[in-house]
Each structure stands twice: as C-alpha cells, then as structure tokens.
Design a protein around this ligand. Structure first.
Ligand SMILES: [Zn+2]
Length: 189
C-alpha cells in the first residue's frame, strides 16, 4: 500500500497558493457526495481516501505528490463517492473559543460589540448551565461582567439570537484561517 506520500513539488511546476501559504499547506476541502462542504482533512488523509476510491478529486494543484508507487496531483478539493449522513453528534464538534467567535461573527451576542470578546455561559455553570453550543455565546467583557452569575433576563439582558450548533462551514473556517481561492466556489453554495 502506498501510504507514505510526501508532498514533493514536481520540477518546474507552477507554485500555486497552496504551496505558498504556510497555514493551508496540507489541508484539503472535503465535500459530501452532494457537493456540500463537510470538513477539511490533511493531504495524507485525502490521498488515502482517493487511493481507496472512497473519494474523487474535484480540484487539484499543478504540482504532484510522489511516493514509491504512486504519483498524483496534489488534491485541493475532494468529493466523497458515497453520501455521508452527518449525524448530529458528529456535528457537535469540539467547542473552542475560536469556533464560538466564528459562529457568532465575532460579535457580542448581548450588545453587538466586537471588542474584548469572551465566552459566556448563558445559563451560568453555577446554575447548572451546560457547556453546550446552545448555552455558550460570544460576549464582550463588560456584558460578561454585568451579567455575572445571573440569567440574562434577571439583569435585563437579551441574546441577539439563539445560539445553535454551527454549520460545517464554521469549522472549516476555524480549521483554515486563510481560505484558499480554489475552495470558495464550494463554500459559497
Ligand atoms: Zn456586549
């Protein structure tokens, strides 16, 4: 099995942005069979999916990957051959500050400020509030202090919108701060 695939640019191949941009090196956008973006993965993982014929290449770079037995263009966007139902639990990916802020458009969910963001439990942990997507929002530090250990309505505060589990787009953005141009068509859909 050809598993040890390392990205080696083909000689004289033009260097596309995947190679130039450090943080996106090694990232491949994964689309469902329906072309819905569902994830990002490493180049290595993408190659395994391609070699097992579980995915097909939708976009690839100008340069190639070489292993002892295989040569293939460096995938940029792949599509799973079989539709994968995304169970809600898989959707419930790890809650991180970055993901919460990205979901909430980097705005305080109480006053709309974009400065001094913190993460707030809507129902405070001291009152049994869970650390779930539905109970965690971006909040500016002043709102967070004002709310303290109270429920929002106890201190006359209201959420701008009801927090929910973010769409896969949010996780794709969080995993890849600088979205490659070749991905944009698929993420816009
Ligand atoms: Zn605020």
């Amino acid at each position: 099995m050809a598993t040890a695939v390392t990205p080696v640019p083909a000689r004289s191949a033009s260097r596309d942005e995947h190679q130039r941009r450090g943080p996106t090196v090694g990232r491949v956008l994964v689309l469902n069979a329906t072309f819905e973006p569902i994830n990002v993965c490493t180049v290595r993982r993408a190659v395994v999916l391609l070699l097992k014929e579980k995915a097909e290449v939708i976009e690839h770079a100008e340069w190639e990957l070489h292993s002892a037995t295989t040569t293939m263009s460096r995938p940029i966007v792949i599509r799973l051959v079989t539709y994968v139902r995304i169970p809600r639990d898989t959707h419930r990916r790890k809650i991180t500050r970055r993901a919460v802020f990205a979901r909430d458009n980097w705005t305080c969910q109480y006053c709309g400020s974009r400065a001094n963001l913190t993460v707030d439990h809507v129902v405070p942990r001291s009152k049994g509030g869970p650390s779930s997507w539905e109970n965690i929002v971006a909040s500016c530090a002043p709102c967070n202090r004002r709310k303290g250990n109270a429920l929002p309505r106890q201190v006359g505060m209201r959420l701008l919108r009801q927090p929910r589990t973010p769409s896969p787009h949010v996780f794709i953005q969080v995993a890849t701060p600088s979205i490659p141009a070749a991905w944009r068509t698929y993420l816009a859909a």
